[in-house]
Design a protein around this ligand. Structure first.
Ligand code: COA
Length: 331
């Protein structure tokens, strides 16, 4: 079976830490409510550094850890929903910062499932293009850009951060992926982008009546619907990605889920009949950092020894779109 070696890992978070108590000074909330409903205690927030800077710092560490020349990177895939510019892409800016000039550079937006999608995509590029020796996957997010800090139901959930991995192909490692999306749930989690308002526009009616009304560029969420979706898709993505290679979730050494909310992960663990010990968690100190959350957790798991060479692991994501996905791999 063809899989991948993760030959380098990197992570970067801004210095500024915002605690639940700090949030309770700006909205009507408290540490006890946030902790019991989400498991989150604090999150890192940018103090002005752009998204690409966080990504470039994580990428530099990953490349250094892999001990490769950045010029040998054949593809850079960046996952983000909080790009600094509509164009150029974050991947081009990170490429410039790390000196990987000439590589293919692409941004993808699959929301919180982004890293899982990109990990699978990188493996497919490595497999089908023999000129690509190393792939760099970077997930960089600043959810603070799209968070309304007057809305207590969302501002408590999100944080900023980035993480990166360098991958190469390995012809003798297990790998399977199960990715998908359900666009019928698009209206449950969204961030509105620009609308075309030209001097010629005469029709100002809302074209898409399925999406909630409004002009805010802040994240909108139907928390209950997202919760239902997440508790259903997290277990099914784990089960289906395992099934594809003839193993069961119980055979996994570690599951690294999207760090959205402790209650979602606890419910998924119960539905899978697995103990919480199998799930890696770092959401307490990071909150939900969208696509960066899985690789940030993967990085921490590598550094604290919870993910060891030879382990069978599953990374699993779910989020806006609605998207979901699981990848099983041997570390
Ligand atoms: N502090 C205190 N009270 C709050 C609050 C806060 N930060 N946020 C909401 N509340 C209040 C509500 O106003 C409501 O009060 P009311 O009953 O007087 O109207 C009450 O708490 C319950 O609100 P509700 O929205 O029903 O809470 P909940 O138990 O559904 O928890 C979430 C809210 C957001 C934590 C939960 O829905 C969730 O985790 N959803 C998934 C979110 C997610 O993970 N999104 C990202 C996926 S990628």
């Amino acid at each position: 079976m063809t899989g991948v070696n993760i030959i380098g890992v990197g992570k970067y978070v801004p210095d500024l830490i915002v605690t639940n108590d700090m949030l309770s000074e700006i909205v009507d909330t408290n540490d006890e409510w946030i902790t019991t409903r989400t498991g989150i205690k604090s999150r890192h927030i940018t103090n002005g550094e752009p998204t690409y800077h966080l990504g470039a710092m994580a990428a530099k560490e990953a490349v250094q850890d892999a001990d490769i020349d950045p010029k040998d990177i054949g593809i850079i895939i960046v996952t983000t929903i909080t790009n600094d510019f509509s164009t150029p892409s974050v991947s081009c800016l990170i490429q410039r910062e790390i000196g990987a000039i000439g590589s293919l550079a692409i941004d993808i937006n699959c929301a919180c499932s982004g890293f899982v999608y990109a990990f699978d995509m990188a493996k497919r590029y490595l497999e089908t293009d023999k000129d690509i020796k190393y792939a760099l996957v970077v997930s960089a997010e600043e959810l603070s850009k799209i968070t309304d800090y007057t809305d207590r139901s969302t501002c408590i959930l999100f944080g900023d951060g980035a993480a990166a991995v360098v991958l190469e192909l390995n012809d003798n490692k297990m790998f399977s992926s199960y990715l998908g999306a359900d666009g019928t749930g698009a209206e449950f989690l969204l961030v509105r982008s620009y609308q075309s308002e030209t001097p010629f526009t005469t029709n100002h009616d809302r074209f898409d009546d399925k999406m909630p009304d409004g002009n805010s560029h802040y994240l909108f969420q139907n928390g209950k619907e997202v919760y239902k979706f997440a508790t259903k898709t997290l277990p099914s993505a784990v089960i289906n990605s395992c099934e594809k290679i003839g193993i069961t979730p119980a055979d996994l050494d570690l599951i690294i889920p999207h760090q959205a909310n402790i209650r979602i992960i606890e419910t998924a663990a119960k539905n899978l009949g697995l103990s919480m010990d199998k799930f890696y968690l770092n959401l307490e100190n990071h909150g939900n950092t969208s696509s960066a959350s899985v690789p940030m957790a993967l990085y921490d798991a590598v550094k604290d020894g919870n993910l060891k060479k030879g382990n069978k692991a599953c990374i699993v994501g779910f989020g806006a779109g609605l998207t979901y996905g699981g990848v099983v791999f041997e570390f």
